[in-house]
Design a protein around this ligand. Structure first.
Ligand SMILES: [Zn+2]
Length: 379
């Protein structure tokens, strides 16, 4: 009699537990599905073929306050904020807990769909076609430039496919066979192991920027990409971007797609190192300004954005000497929307601004690039 009662109680507890687990799972699944359904995309057909050259600058971890704090620190406006088509980007990934990581966000921008954190342009075991692959198919040159290791999540999402951002060998092997014309970034210690594979695939493999002839595909890998006082062995992002635009103007004068990442805005923000952050953001901005000045007579689309905000940076009109590490409120990524700034030199900023919503999703970055990289006569 007593035993039977215990069994009933245990059964009841088990049933309640199962119902609770199912309920929580359903709720989580619901959130995931709802997120996908709620992503409204703009119509970017009017952008089709508006630029010969499309350059996407990604400031990793760069929220709006990172830009404001940098401007206050240097007492000078950033160059890219002069781009009159601007607004904000939603960055959430398919992962239901916490903010996005760089892999999911970069994959969303590279391919136009959402990912779980950690995934690299590969979902449910399938490779998802990237904007770089599309650009190649449409006859454009394609380049990847970063201050990060070239196998890092952001460059990887644009140039390879992997189940996880930590699958370095799979990422590098995808890069070797991916047909991208130019890679410039850090990670020399890892890439040295693949030197012969890159050379067999037709690449000029260098670790000294000055040593590259740039007459065929190039991979330049360095120990480090620094914020200032660069050298050919330890270059700055400005030096890499300058090399890249020279390379493409010479080899692909009819058009190219270039992704340039300022990865250390994120890395310094994780450490709550405000001085490091402003230095790297300044270098990122100088890279954009120098590129715009050099390509002044060209037909170029400049897209500047971020993959997510890092550090929960607060800014409320502090002056230069009040810019301190304590303005960071977190050591991690946050879900804050990030800014975008776009200029297409063939059209006035107002014209472009009218074609792009004030708040877009990170998957729209892919759609915008796709329209720009589709030549008018092949629509
Ligand atoms: Zn990060």
């Amino acid at each position: 009699m007593k035993t039977s009662k215990s069994v009933k109680i245990i059964s009841l507890i088990l049933i309640i537990a199962i119902i609770a687990v199912l309920g929580v799972s359903a709720a989580f699944a619901g959130i995931s599905v709802r997120r996908r359904l709620n992503t409204v995309h703009g119509d970017y057909t009017a952008l089709t073929g508006l630029a010969d050259k499309t350059i996407l600058f990604i400031g990793d971890g760069m929220g709006e306050n990172h830009v404001k704090a940098t401007e206050a620190y240097y007492g000078d406006k950033t160059y890219f904020t002069s781009f009159g088509a601007n607004g904000f980007v939603t960055t959430y990934s398919n992962s239901i807990t916490g903010p996005t990581d760089s892999a999911a966000a970069a994959s969303a921008m590279a391919t136009g769909i959402k990912y779980d954190n950690g995934e690299v342009s590969r979902r449910d075991g399938k490779f998802v076609s990237t904007v770089c692959e599309l650009a190649k198919e449409n006859g454009y040159g394609v380049g990847i430039v970063t201050t990060d290791n070239l196998y890092g999540a952001t460059p990887a999402a644009f140039s390879s496919h992997a189940k996880n951002r930590n699958d370095t060998d799979e990422i590098v092997r995808g890069q070797i066979s991916g047909g991208i014309d130019l890679y410039l970034g850090a990670g020399k210690d890892v890439y040295d192991n693949y030197r012969a594979d890159f050379e067999n695939a037709g690449y000029e493999f260098v670790s000294d920027l000055n040593a590259a002839s740039g007459e065929r595909m190039v991979i330049g890998v360095f120990d480090e990409v620094v914020a200032c006082d660069g050298s050919d062995e330890k270059p700055t992002l400005e030096m890499l971007t300058d090399f890249a635009t020279d390379f493409f103007e010479r080899n692909f004068p009819d058009g190219y797609f270039l992704m340039v990442e300022g990865a250390h805005i994120d890395k310094t923000s994780h450490k709550n190192d405000i001085e490091g952050m402003v230095r790297y953001l300044k270098s990122f901005d100088e890279s954009i300004k120098n590129t715009a000045r050099k390509l002044i007579s060209e037909n170029v689309a400049f897209i500047v954005t971020a993959d997510h905000e890092t550090g929960g940076l607060k800014y409320s009109s502090e002056s230069r000497y009040e810019i301190v590490d304590g303005m960071f409120t977190s050591k991690n990524h946050t879900s804050a929307n990030v800014p975008y700034y776009i200029r297409i030199t063939s059209k006035p900023d107002d014209y472009v601004s009218d074609l792009i919503n004030k708040v877009i999703d990170n998957t729209d970055i892919y759609r915008i690039c796709k329209a720009l990289l589709t030549r008018k006569n092949v629509v």
